[in-house]
Design a protein around this ligand. Sequence first.
Ligand code: CTP
Length: 409
Amino acid sequence: MTQISLLKDKHILLGVTGSIACYKIVDLASKLTQAGAKVDVILTKAAQKFVTPLAFQSVTGRKAYVDLWNEDAHVLHIGLGETADLFVVAPCTADTMAKLAHGRADNLLTITALAARCPMLLAPAMDGGMWDHPATQANLETLQQRGVMFAGPAEGRMASGLKGKGRLVEPIDLVGHIRLAFAKQQPLAGRHVVVTAGGTQEAIDPVRFISNHSSGKQGIAIAQAALDAGACVTLITGPTAAARPTPVGAERINITSTLDLQQATLAACKTADVLVMAAAVADYRTANPAEQKIKRAQMSDLSVQLVENPDITVSVAEQKQALGKPNITIGFAAESQNLLENAQRKLAKKSLDLIVGNDISAKDAGFFVDTNRVILIDKDGKIERLPLQSKVAVAEAVIDWVIEASVTQ
Ligand code: CTP
């Protein structure tokens, strides 16, 4: 389900057409291969003016195809098309879009596209207002009506120096779009998962705040795992996590304080099937944050009065009484001592279905690192101790638990 396993052994046909952006697609082919996919590349003649088949072969370890009929297969296009799980064309020029929209078949890429029966994802790249041209827009509509998926184009500076819509989506985000395409068949398709991530901040004055060490990495990994499982994801992030990229496909809401987080979480939970509270929430806020910066001279006798923040999971449980949503609530317990007892107490107090506990005193787990060692405790008292593993793998385990729990509901 994770970054690695969703793409593992998937057969991806990667069509590359003649845009300067095709140099970036060597990186995409490499990323997909590293994620376990079998990537067969077809280059058009124009693409070969920018990159060579050898560049792709070197990163995929597989033959890259060009427009030559050769001894490989008499009906190469049928063979490539039949075995593909997804046909990606990146970059896709205006010309290739037009050919695909009209069923033209004048090169190996377009012939294979006609023969293939797998889903298709296009990542357009074109300069100088070609994207906005009514002809391209009409082709877009035709292709979308046929179920073809699109990634981009993005806005920004193009090779000509002009600014506008037409840039190729960056390879890292194209991987996200490809994952979304595969996720459509996954078990949480149609479910709404809300994930909170990162620490909240409570202002002391306009420059200072109270917060914690949470980076948001674990929560963001959970959002990605939920997307990979097919869910529609709302990701609510505190300021530290806000600096990290949004997983492709997630709806992102940035918050600052615990009260902001409570408001955003309660609103999102009205339609949620699952809430994962991975955020590290400040339990207290300053009673009277200063409107102006507190000067050094005022600080020697400064004392900051705190007032208690609400427990968001408790307010979610109250709202659930009225609305019946979310069906599943998962919390985290980051503890420096008595992990099991503290986690079990929180599970009950916060009406959680599952709590993910971790011992923050370990150097190789929790804050500051990409690994975590957690225990999963469910409301029936079942305890599962997971080994030290990446936060991505922990996220996968949590979402696997959700999948199992959703099946039995
Ligand atoms: N949590 C919450 N609202 C709060 C505090 C925590 O919803 N005001 C959630 C966290 O997102 C997490 C779980 O409750 O999923 C446990 O958080 P934690 O900070 O460990 O627990 P606290 O209730 O703050 O307990 P303590 O400070 O005693 O450890």
